[in-house]
Ligand binder design. Structure first.
Ligand SMILES: Nc1ncnc2c1ncn2[C@@H]1O[C@H](COP(=O)(O)OP(=O)(O)OP(=O)(O)O)[C@@H](O)[C@H]1O
Length: 303
């Protein structure tokens, strides 16, 4: 049974529908991503999972419990990342960890948590003096302090530099390895691709796809892009369009550069075809479609 179940969730603000029949299930031990453009309804959806918002209709269950009706029990098994504004700037790291562990009947050992998150050398530092990455690590520590089964992380690495972002990703993988299910709201495709087992793509309040990152990429138009400038113009580009897996072929009129969308087989076939015709492929590039491309395919149709 999924640890999180969302069925036909609907939520409006002032008569404007922002979550429209969203449904998904998260298995225990997964890192499950919610991805979507600004204002898509991601935060509203996870706030319904956390019991912070009451759905207009539909059901949400966390370990079989209703997050609104069973708020107290859900709070014990679900850890949520705090917004920065929720911490007093003068509070030290140690005080924050002690304070938050006092909220739970069986808290994690905050010293070990601080060590695991690399905060043990900053225990006396005030919150306001922490770097972006340190603040982020503290908010993850506070989300984990109640020994939750599920942790909800919203815009985890926004504002972090690439190194801090990568460190945070490693941390999230460790959190999952310790058995905690992670529900992750993100704008970053790379983050979803790196971390998530499955991703729900939400656009304008609706679930537009639910798949593994690789599955989403496979669905997008042509998962491999082959481009090259032939040493002599190709007389018949139709032959490229008929190669295995080829989805589209275009030729740039200015420089004759050819671009073929297809899959791995197409790349092999293009190279064999050119070799058979003794045409050299100059500036050959073979690129894999990224989750970025898949995301744009899924969300921009009626933008
Ligand atoms: N309390 C509120 N009252 C009125 N409208 C709201 C409220 N909270 C969110 N909204 C609106 O609902 C829509 C969905 O917001 P939500 O924060 O769920 O989207 P999101 O996908 O998380 O966006 P972002 O990626 O920008 O954080 C947005 O248009 C937002 O302006």
């Amino acid at each position: 049974m999924p640890i999180i179940e969302v069925n036909a969730l609907r939520k409006s603000y002032g008569g404007r529908l922002v979550v429209d029949e969203v449904g998904f299930g998260v298995e225990e031990g997964e890192i499950f991503g919610i991805l979507g453009p600004n204002g898509a309804g991601k935060t509203t959806t996870v706030e319904c999972v956390e019991g912070l918002r009451v759905p207009d209709s539909g059901t949400v269950r966390v370990a079989g419990l209703d997050p609104v009706a069973d708020r107290h029990r859900v709070t014990r098994l679900l850890g949520a990342q705090l917004q920065e504004s929720e911490l007093q700037p003068k509070l030290t790291v140690r005080e924050a960890l002690e304070l938050y562990s006092a909220f739970y009947p069986e808290p994690a050992d905050w010293r070990r948590l601080a060590e695991r998150l690399g905060l043990d050398t900053h225990l006396t530092r005030r919150f306001a003096k922490l770097s972006g990455g340190q603040k982020q690590r503290l908010s993850i520590a506070l989300a984990l302090i109640g020994n939750p089964r599920v942790v909800v992380l919203d815009e985890l690495t926004t504002g972090l530099d690439p190194r801090a972002r990568r460190d945070t990703w490693r941390l999230i993988e460790e959190v999952r390895a310790s058995g905690v299910t992670v529900l992750l709201v993100t704008h970053f495709m790379e983050e979803a691709q790196q971390l998530c087992d499955r991703v729900a793509v939400i656009d304008k309040g609706r679930l537009v796809a639910l798949d593994t990152p690789a599955g989403l990429i496979d669905r997008s138009s042509g998962s491999t892009v082959i481009s090259f400038t032939p040493s002599e113009p190709l007389q018949d580009t139709g032959v490229l369009a008929r190669l295995p897996g080829a989805v589209s072929v275009s030729v740039d009129e200015r420089d004759g550069r050819v671009t073929v969308h297809g899959d791995d087989d197409t790349a092999d076939a293009v190279i064999s075809l050119l070799a058979a015709r003794r045409v050299t492929a100059r500036h050959l590039r073979v690129l894999e479609t990224t989750l970025d491309d898949a995301f744009l395919d899924l969300t921009e149709q009626d933008a």
